[in-house]
Ligand binder design. Sequence first.
Ligand code: NAP
Length: 256
Amino acid sequence: MSWLRPLGSTGIQVSALGLGTVKLGRNQGLRYATGFTLPDDASATHLLDRARALGINLLDTAPAYGSSEERLGQLLAGQRQHWVICSKVGEEFEQGQSRFDFSPQHTRASVLRSLRRLRTDVLDIVLVHSDGDDLQIIERMGTLEALAQLKAEGLLRAYGMSTKTVAGGLAAASVCDVVMLTYNLQQREELPVLERCYQLRRGVLVKKALGSGQLPVDTGLALVLAQPGTSAAVVGTIDPAHLQADVEAARRVLDS
Ligand SMILES: NC(=O)c1ccc[n+]([C@@H]2O[C@H](COP(=O)([O-])OP(=O)(O)OC[C@H]3O[C@@H](n4cnc5c(N)ncnc54)[C@H](OP(=O)(O)O)[C@@H]3O)[C@@H](O)[C@H]2O)c1
């Protein structure tokens, strides 16, 4: 299996491991076992340089990840073309609290703000950041239609949804370019969504492949990357040594 893989039928190629950047911008209200300090600019630059040197081209961020988008925009100045950037719409994180707005108006304003923060003319992927009520969002909110319009205007290349339910994932697979879902050694319920995406040639980004740090790296990544249909596992780390270990484990799986 190759390291660079098609993101469904979008025409975008992503590395088998992507870097999740929530820990670059937010350290409140997260479900990690231990707390952490946000890395300073030198450490964040070093992490991004290591990611690129290790062959990672995919970065996952979101407005709900605190200062993540803004920091990436600043730290990646001059190297935009080397990265596939995935951001989100729908969740805002302010004063330690999440709130959700899936309206078409907010969706457009959020994408325009992400473009400014990330200092780019086009976002590669934009996902709806679900609050858990996936079907309600897909069927009633007009969020995906707003993203389709932004894609038609050339402001993003692919869109989809980060879902939290099997029914929502299946519904998203039928209307989106990309689905982000949870799949790991302890949470396999969303496998039918992954399989449906494979049948329909949708891109699949797997979140929490390591169970937010609770699962073994080798077997955790083997499960996710060996599954036909997985485009990339998005791993969240701010430790360059962990990132290297994750990439080495992923490459072992792909070479075996
Ligand atoms: N759309 C959504 O609703 C949503 C929800 C959750 C996550 N995500 C995305 O998915 C990404 C990953 O999710 P996640 O961070 O919850 O889960 P994860 O990737 O399963 O686990 C990340 C945790 O594992 C640790 N880790 C990584 N590699 C390690 C290694 N080699 N050895 C020991 N520990 C290691 C990291 O700590 P260190 O920093 O110490 O390495 C971090 O705390 C996020 O960054 C985000 O981009 C999206």
